[in-house]
Write a protein of this length. Structure first.
Length: 302
């Protein structure tokens, strides 16, 4: 169902009538549920007066979810290219909102969402879009569980009508990723340095180059009063003492690279390790343990 194609080639080859949406490279399909005849309550407005306004549609209902490595991209950066493509294909947008304006918790639980773990929705960090084109309709729900991103697509077509082609996966422009890192750092005060590589169980940072460190260095040089804490994290394999020591050494390796390669004053950089005490997600499966092994940059101010 998912084919790897170049972004530009996909847009050039596909007519506007074809529903081909480009997802980020590496998107892994988690759910495909197709009902030949079903109903779906398509949200048409934000939560108000105790309910989510909706339009009940009947026909062939398809439900898909994907997970991919979002890195530092925001939900808006994930949704924006999908929204542009939907508009280009002739859809009219009915609803386009982010978590706060949608209605937060109430909207999230007032509309249909594929259950966890096939779709993850952060109550304060999601975006929703619904659209129609003639007798067809679709909705998109985007959220993050850093460093992963999730997309849910639900689409409805009249009974007996063949649906448009499925989604296509293509590589995103690197510019989006690198700009997003600094945006997240300034907005949240912390960001995951998701392109760093370490050998399993080792503390030496890979050869690189790493775009995240180049961007951090550029940011620090432009903001002379800012300091950073580099914080290492691990999974829960092994003892707490051993994991704290390993995470500390990895953070120190990142600090050393910023000093030696990028010329950052060591007085502006701290290195700490917390082992497995601050996981992003469960350590009960390999995917969760991989996500929890990371180094974050935390902004300390002047």
């Amino acid at each position: 169902m998912i084919r790897a194609l170049a972004f530009c080639a996909t847009l050039a080859a596909a007519p506007l009538a074809a529903q081909e949406l480009v997802l980020p490279e590496g998107a892994r399909q988690l759910t495909e549920r197709i009902s030949p005849l079903d109903s779906y309550d398509l949200p048409t407005g934000v939560f108000a007066d105790g309910a989510v306004p909706s339009r009940t549609l009947e026909g062939k209902v398809e439900r898909f979810t994907w997970r991919f490595h979002a890195g530092a991209r925001t939900t808006l950066q994930i949704l924006s290219p999908l929204r542009k493509q939907i508009k280009a294909q002739g859809y009219d947008i009915l609803l386009d909102c982010e978590a706060r304006t949608c209605g937060g918790f109430d909207f999230r639980f007032g509309t249909e969402v594929v259950p966890n773990p096939d779709m993850y929705v952060a109550i304060h960090d999601y975006r929703f879009l619904s659209a129609v084109r003639g007798d067809e309709a679709l909705s998109l729900l985007v959220s993050r569980n850093p460093p992963d991103g999730y997309v849910q697509l639900i689409r409805v077509s009249p009974p007996g009508k063949e649906p448009e082609p499925p989604l296509v996966v293509a590589k995103p422009e690197v510019k989006v990723e690198t700009e997003g890192l600094l945006e997240v750092l300034q907005r949240d005060g912390r960001v995951i340095l998701d392109d760093l590589t370490f050998e399993t169980g080792a503390d030496a940072l890979g050869a690189g180059p790493f775009a995240s460190l180049a961007n951090l260095a550029r940011f620090l040089k432009a903001n002379a009063r800012v300091r950073l804490a580099l914080v290492g994290h691990t999974d829960d394999v092994g003892t707490l003492e051993g994991n704290i020591a390993l995470s500390q050494r990895r953070a120190e390796s990142v600090r050393d690279r910023l000093i030696e390669v990028h010329g950052i004053d060591g007085e502006r950089l701290e290195a700490e390790g917390v082992g497995y005490l601050a996981p992003l997600t469960s350590n009960l499966n390999p995917e969760g343990r991989e996500l929890n092994r990371r180094v974050e940059a935390v902004m300390l101010g002047g």
